[in-house]
Write a protein that binds this ligand. Structure first.
Ligand SMILES: CC(C)(COP(=O)(O)OP(=O)(O)OC[C@H]1O[C@@H](n2cnc3c(N)ncnc32)[C@H](O)[C@@H]1OP(=O)(O)O)[C@@H](O)C(=O)NCCC(=O)NCCS
Length: 145
């Protein structure tokens, strides 16, 4: 397994990942739609995890004012609990250790499992906003490999 920043050449593999994630695997038009309409928002960066030729995880981040927001993190069902989610977050930590002080994210009430995951990898609760939990990870520079 390895993690890399998304490039246009990954688009077909990424579309297949999205298709599998959201259960549209029979709908070839959906994959085609994704490929034709894919774009990242301004300031958004996407990292993907590959297992062999397959994209099995993805993290969308946005960096502003030394804070990195995690917009979305997903790992395919069959590849969960193998350390891939953790690796995606820590690749980003290491890559941007000089330009971020903190990670922030919102976990909605319906994503309770995700909250357990983020607690396990070091995030702490930081209040509640619009029915979602705010979570934070302070970057201790001396601990970054
Ligand atoms: C949350 C998610 C990204 C975790 O990814 P993952 O690759 O399965 O997580 P990891 O294998 O890296 O797990 C890291 C640690 O968290 C724990 N963990 C992961 N998912 C867990 C869960 N649902 N409940 C309890 N612990 C969990 C693992 O056991 C592991 O603990 P360890 O270090 O003690 O072994 C994945 O379950 C997912 O895609 N969920 C659906 C989408 C989602 O909720 N995304 C987050 C909101 S943006």
């Amino acid at each position: 397994m390895f993690v890399k920043e998304f490039e246009v050449k990954d688009l077909e593999n990424y579309a297949l990942f999205q298709n599998t994630l959201f259960g549209f695997s029979e709908d070839k038009n959906y994959g085609k739609y994704l490929i034709e309409n894919f774009s990242l928002d301004k300031n958004q960066i996407l990292f993907i995890a590959y297992s062999n030729e397959l994209v099995v995880g993805a993290i969308f981040i946005r960096i502003k004012n030394f804070v990195c927001n995690i917009d979305r993190l997903d790992v395919l069902d069959d590849y969960r609990n193998l350390g891939i989610g953790k690796e995606l977050v820590f690749v980003v930590v290491n890559r941007f250790s000089n330009s971020i002080n903190r990670f922030d994210l919102l976990v909605s009430n319906c994503e309770k499992d995700a909250r357990v995951f983020y607690h396990k990898i070091g995030f702490v609760d930081n209040g509640v906003k619009d029915n979602a939990y705010k979570m934070t990870l302070e970057i201790k520079k001396e601990e970054v490999a």
